[in-house]
Design a protein around this ligand. Sequence first.
Ligand code: PLP
Length: 439
Amino acid sequence: MTHVFHRHLRNTPPVAVAASGMTLRDAAGREYLDASGGAAVSSLGHAHPDVLAAMHAQIDRLPYAHTSFFTTEVAEQLADELIRTAPEGMSHVYLVSGGSEAVESALKMARQYFVEIGQPQRTHFIARRQSYHGNTLGALAVGGNEWRRAPFAPILTPATHVAPCYPYREQRADETPEAYGLRLAGELEAAILAQGADRVIAFVAETVGGATAGVLTPVPGYFKAVRAVCDKYGVLLILDEVMCGMGRTGTLYACEQEGVVPDLVTIAKGLGGGYQPVGAVLAQKKIVEAMSKGSGFFQHGHTYLGHPVACAAALAVQQVIHRDGLLAKVRDDGIAFGQMLRDEIGNHPHVGDIRGRGFFWGVELVADRGSKAPFDPARAVNALIKKDAMARGLLCYPFGGTVDGRQGDHVLLAPPFIASRQDLQKIAALLAESIDAVT
Ligand code: PLP
């Protein structure tokens, strides 16, 4: 009998008791190779000595100070480091405890910005279908994961959802990737005009889509075209890099590879690498200035903003990433990993698509490769893969997204950046075994 309110109430998961490097161990002594960093969280693997040492030192020195009374040295250092390495134009960092909090904060910052500059009529967000921005009500309202939204839909603030950038299913046969990207940007423009251009606060998108459609990498030029549309109508661009940021795709921010700078960018997961709950919003100067010249106050806040131990963990994670050259490693080994996946499962009759960047890969499973028909949702192929993989000692992150109004099955792979080529090869081989066994 458990008193923990688990995600699933009819079965209790194994008890994790220890972890180090690429491996977690449960109370029964079983070991699991971590191919997904939890949900793309553990970027440095488990029990990294430098991160643990930084956290211990911070706890000994100053475990907590409330941000309505104090700032802390470590929060200032982390913000300096994040701005030093951020896309140009970012000037301030708002430090929160996770991804949903980061998205909520960004939505409110965007809204308050327009209130401050005398455009309070801007009340509407536009986001994308098959997206995920978090489970709190504001984040869920902009998110496009129908399954997560369904029970709460009547209490969500209305938002408009346009098409995601999903070439495998939605790029037309007679269309180049560039033309597809322009078509999508045109759809965004039409949605802005349908709302009334002066009523829209922001367009919200994951730079590389993560947990709803299995790693959606944007086509070339898509985000540049989106940025141009937003600029044309004074609409802010909020990029959600909670999952794809912090080096996951081989650059610290995924948007660096798109050549665009958002007005606000959210990060979490890999920011603290799982060592502490921590997230952040990076804001462009104009947004901070509007508030500082206006009310002088961001009308928001949480008890654990800028938690010193969380900041110490995040700062150490950043330092290790740069000191150990992990971005270049993720880029190089990511190309090799993609090839390993294609070699192992590229010809599998139930693998429809393999896509990704760096250490961020999605495998889309289909009932029929030719027609791209998804599996019957009743088969819950994603849940079976997760179970089978765990039995083989592999942690991957399968889930069902919505394809043509039906659940589709994807497996997300997001190994820690410290994974060796042998680890990556083992991940690809074990996943192949699970896909074979389940499909
Ligand atoms: N945004 C994106 C893109 C995510 O992938 C997630 C989590 O998966 C979130 C926001 C929510 O983050 P959290 O679970 O830390 O609240």
